[in-house]
Design a protein around this ligand. Structure first.
Ligand SMILES: *Cc1c(COP(=O)(O)O)cnc(C)c1O
Length: 369
């Protein structure tokens, strides 16, 4: 890649392909792979990511909301798409676009059945989500009789799969909680199949589950963050390649005298002669104020330069004293070094939040299509 001359989010789809093969290598031959492409494929480009993954043999996609699935359909993606968190207001669009809802509550199930009736649908594929301890979204185990009663004798719905989500699959201190979630899901799944009278597909694992709970692969796994290059594990991260790199350039440099201040509220105060560089991105782009005032570092010519003072809406200032650089030079905010994981950690957050938060104002530059 030539050096950038503005702020861009560079997306390396060869890295995506590498990560897909790595994650697949952890799975049994016949375990299906669902690629999670919600939130613009974790802040990248959902259409480009999906188009790269289809020929690699991905079995399913998942998005959070119905409108995200519609975008994929409009771009020509034909692969089944699970909508993890659908809202009834958009059920007609969901049906029109052959998207498959994850049904998570009595209210949602009821409203979806109504929508199917209204649209004259029969045997429509849907998925049932159970809560096994995350306590976020999902039916409870004691809802099974209610679900089965709603579905018995009706032919609108065909339950494609039942699934649940782990609360702490990356956390070794929570191994016994995770084991209880797996056990609880297995018992729910058995009871559901018995009471429904047919066998459904089952899935439970996210990326960290794939790595830490191989015994619970079941029929399919759902991976998001691993595809984008992060494994929530310092032993796995080196095996994966970050897909997104946030690159920018130095807009302007300043020589700062002792006791001068930099930025809003004069938050940085110079203790000596300093050289600063101003970069064209800010908190409106997803680099929040928590990264300012010395917390996070960016890469200038291979050297780490701290963000100084308060992060502005469209600009950040860094201290480049002693670094051989000039206006127009490239700066790497995150990518190979520092990784988004490391950058995020400086402000006590996680790679997920950092990469999904990069604003749509920043141009996506795609390689490896
Ligand atoms: C987002 C999400 C995933 C993907 O999790 P990763 O940790 O990114 O692999 C899987 N399942 C559900 C239900 C999700 O909401």
């Amino acid at each position: 890649m030539p050096k950038t001359s503005e702020t861009v989010l560079e997306l390396d789809l060869n890295a995506l392909e590498h990560n897909y093969h790595y994650l697949r290598s952890k799975l049994k031959e016949d375990t299906k792979f669902l690629a999670v492409v919600k939130a613009y494929a974790y802040g990248s480009d959902a259409v480009a990511v999906a188009k790269k993954l289809v020929p690699l043999g991905v079995d399913y996609f998942a998005v959070a909301y119905i409108n995200e699935g519609v975008v994929l359909r409009n771009s020509g993606i034909k692969t089944p798409i699970l909508v993890l968190h659908p809202q009834p207001i958009n059920f007609d669009a969901l049906i029109k676009n052959s998207l498959e809802p994850g049904l998570y509550s009595p209210k949602i199930l009821h409203e979806f059945l109504e929508a199917l009736k209204r649209n004259n649908q029969k045997g429509y594929p849907a998925h049932i989500k159970f809560n096994t301890g995350l306590n976020r979204l999902g039916f409870w185990e004691n809802d099974i009789d209610y679900i089965v009663k709603q579905l018995k004798g009706r032919d609108e719905i065909n339950i494609r799969s039942i699934f649940s989500h782990l609360a702490a699959s990356e956390d070794f201190d929570e191994k016994s909680f995770t084991a209880r979630q797996i056990e609880s899901f297995m018992s729910i799944a058995k009871e559901m199949d018995a009471k429904l009278g047919y066998e459904t597909q089952k899935h439970l694992l996210n990326t960290s589950g794939i790595i830490n709970c191989p015994e619970a692969q079941l029929d399919m796994v759902r991976s998001g963050i691993g595809l984008y290059g992060f494994g929530n594990d310092k032993d796995i991260d080196p095996e994966l390649k970050p897909v997104a790199s946030l690159k920018t350039i130095i807009s302007q440099m300043h020589k700062i005298e002792p006791n001068e201040t930099v930025g809003y509220n004069r938050a940085f105060s110079s203790d000596g002669y300093r050289v600063t560089a101003t970069l064209p991105l800010g908190h409106a782009d997803g680099i929040g104020r928590q990264y300012g005032n010395g917390k996070a570092f960016v890469n200038v010519k291979g050297k780490m330069a701290p963000i100084i003072g308060n992060v502005c809406m469209d600009m950040i200032m860094i201290d480049v004293t002693g670094i051989d650089c000039k206006e127009g030079d490239e700066v790497i905010v995150f990518g190979k070094n520092p990784t988004a994981e490391i950058f995020a950690t400086t402000a006590n957050t996680i790679s997920y939040e950092l990469i999904t938060g990069i604003s749509q104002r920043i141009k996506r530059v795609i390689k490896g299509q």
